[in-house]
Write a protein that binds this ligand. Structure first.
Ligand code: CP
Ligand code: NVA
Length: 314
């Protein structure tokens, strides 16, 4: 019996933030994701989610998150339903908690991408099925599973590694802070003073996280360099101010030269070439962004099996 079949699942397991998982559970999901990827590539048929349904609620746009969850459910024999506010009763004012109670009667697991993190928390607060955060204004935990899978695949592990974040202290950066604490790596965040990550996450991870306004200091000797768009969904009104403040934090080849020779570049995508990253870096030999994007599929299959209390793939 795997160590995650431990509580009979009397209460649903949620994944709203990285530390809803223990460090061991996070690692186990990465190992399972790697096994699921190998199995899928070898043509193995795995039907662990037969007759299971995932409901996905997207308040914001998505390419990767939607396709990876939908394809992942299909690959495991299940089905996914996409709901957007414009084509569901959510757009006509049905409360999110009523929606959670209704979906709990019909489907097995729910994934939400919302403007406000509190919407996902409200849904999870009354849900009797597992709830997954598919990105909020505060966090993007599914991205962390795929990012860490990518680092494990390329470098073996991340414990003790030096990771540099360049750019805005946004939802993905907050998630990386939580992950640094959980998997015990050193994260140096280079960002302008007025675009720092949420202090509540930083203050919980002081042994693992350092803030600087010097991009070169963050990149020096790093094993992994990470960035994201300067303007996240919902922040469009601040775009001009952000571009001005964040331009010195672009990941380009001079910055990559300061990192370790074997350093890899990660970006959750979508990317803006010429803003947060130069084309030569994202399209260059140190970039692992396509592997990273592809790993969303396998990491989330492992997550779904875990949340539904199924045995871990190995
Ligand atoms: N990285 C990511 O979540 O991409 P999408 O916005 O396309 O889902
Ligand atoms: N920080 C970005 C990530 C997109 C996947 C945003 O929230 O728009």
């Amino acid at each position: 019996m795997s160590d995650w079949q431990n509580d009979g699942l009397k209460t649903p397991r949620h994944f709203l933030k990285e530390d809803d998982l223990t460090s061991d559970q996070f690692r186990q999901i990465i190992y399972s994701a790697i096994a699921l990827k190998a199995g899928w590539k070898a043509g193995e048929v795995r039907q662990t989610l037969q007759n299971r349904t995932l409901a996905m609620i997207f308040e914001k746009a998505s390419t990767r998150t939607r396709c990876s969850f939908e394809a992942g459910m299909n690959q495991l024999g299940g089905h996914a339903i996409n709901l957007s506010p414009s084509d569901s009763q959510l757009g006509r004012g049905e409360p999110i908690t009523d929606t959670a109670r209704v979906l709990s009667e019909m489907v097995d697991v729910a994934m939400l991408r919302t403007h406000s993190h509190s919407t996902i928390e409200a849904f999870a607060g009354v849900s009797s099925i597992p709830v997954i955060n598919g990105l909020s204004d505060k966090l993007h935990p599914c991205q962390m599973l795929a990012d860490m899978q990518t680092v494990f695949e390329i470098k073996g592990d991340i414990k003790g590694a030096q990771v540099a974040w360049l750019g805005a202290g946004n939802n993905v950066c907050n998630s990386l802070i939580n992950t640094a604490k959980l998997l015990d790596f050193q994260l140096v965040i280079a960002c302008p003073e007025n675009f720092q990550p949420d202090q509540s996450y930083v203050s919980h991870a002081t042994n693992n996280v350092t803030l600087t306004e010097d991009p070169a200091a963050a990149a020096e000797g790093a094993d992994v360099i990470v960035t994201d768009v300067w303007t996240s969904m919902g922040e469009e009104a601040e775009n001009a101010e952000r571009v001005k403040a964040l331009t010195p934090f672009q990941v380009n080849s001079s910055l990559m030269k300061l990192a370790d020779k074997e350093a890899i570049f990660l970006h959750c995508l979508p990317a803006h070439r010429g803003e947060e990253v130069s084309a030569e870096v994202i399209d260059g030999p140190q970039s692992a962004v396509w592997q990273e994007a592809g790993n969303r599929l396998h990491a989330q299959k492992a997550l779904l099996e875990f949340l539904l209390g199924l045995p871990a793939a190995s």
